[in-house]
Design a protein around this ligand. Sequence first.
Ligand SMILES: Nc1ncnc2c1ncn2[C@@H]1O[C@H](COP(=O)(O)OP(=O)(O)OP(=O)(O)O)[C@@H](O)[C@H]1O
Ligand code: SF4
Ligand SMILES: [Mg+2]
Length: 334
Amino acid sequence: MVDNSNKYLLQVHELKVTYFPANGDPVRALDGVSLDICSGEVVGILGESGCGKSTLASALLKMLPPQAKCEDGSILFRGRDLLSLPERDLRAIRGQEISLIPQDPALALNPVMTAGSQVSEVLRSHLPLNTQQRRQGVLDLLREVGFNEPQEIYSTYPHQLSGGQRQRIAIAQAVACRPALLIADEATSELDVSLQAEIVTLLSQIRRQHGTAILAISHDPVFFAGFADRMAVMYAGRIVEVASTDVIFGRPLHPYTQALVRIATSSVVTGAAKSARLPVIDGETPNPTSLPVGCRFEPRCCERMDVCSRRYPPEFMPAPLANVNCFKYGEHVD
Ligand SMILES: Nc1ncnc2c1ncn2[C@@H]1O[C@H](COP(=O)(O)OP(=O)(O)OP(=O)(O)O)[C@@H](O)[C@H]1O
Ligand code: SF4
Ligand SMILES: [Mg+2]
């Protein structure tokens, strides 16, 4: 048997995460998510609000809130299962080998610490540097993420920075220890279009210079164009399609992916104003507290068949390296 375990940096298998709110029914946020990432690869996670993107990001770092429970599955990073590692080992991995650019850097940054000391803090926790080396390291990082006057930015407080500048500080923190895997959760959703392009260019540059693998999360397909190698499309807690970015844009397979790409690319072509919460597809996502047994996209799908509401579609591979969970690609009849 061929051993593929060295090929992948990260292997997520059948991950299931449920939130147990104090008041209310359990929410199955991830329901059997499987995904592999190779070293230096950029993989995009695409899906509407609430499909489980941030839950996946937190689960990968074992940083879920206390009311969430990882109920099943495995997360292998360089062959080690993160779910069974003791907290001490995980602390060494977080920030140093896997790091996160959080969805809202304004909330993640400490308002009473200067930007420079917050980046310095990351270096202090992971690397044996003296004060002077640390300060120089921070200045180099600030320059690397695009600040021409790093000394000035060093002593600035988060509230004195723009949204784009705060995002760059969060990126400096995340790349400080040259992680092998960077998770960027909606790294540009709060920024205007030109700043979004600058951040994507910066992330691509980091990947090129340091061979960093990036798991990039967005609700907007356009964010991944020219940036991600592959994309995984999530719907209601499951991945419904994984394919190269070229396939996702050129010949998307799943009806949900087709709708997302059609809406996003037509709004770019027509120059329609981009809202922060693009795109919108008619109909609603299923209630996460009582998910249907069949295809979760069925109520919104124009191509649904009888079988679609009866059972969950298995994975088909209609094109090389393109996997899709949709009955259109096989087994139409029960
Ligand atoms: N702390 C929580 N308690 C209960 N349910 C939660 C909690 N956090 C998230 N959820 C639920 O889990 C599901 C997935 O949420 P998650 O934040 O991962 O989605 P997302 O894809 O990141 O959305 P967005 O694009 O809005 O950031 C949603 O149904 C959400 O309501
Ligand atoms: S399985 Fe059926 S309902 Fe689901 S996306 Fe495919 S055709 Fe549509
Ligand atoms: Mg999110």
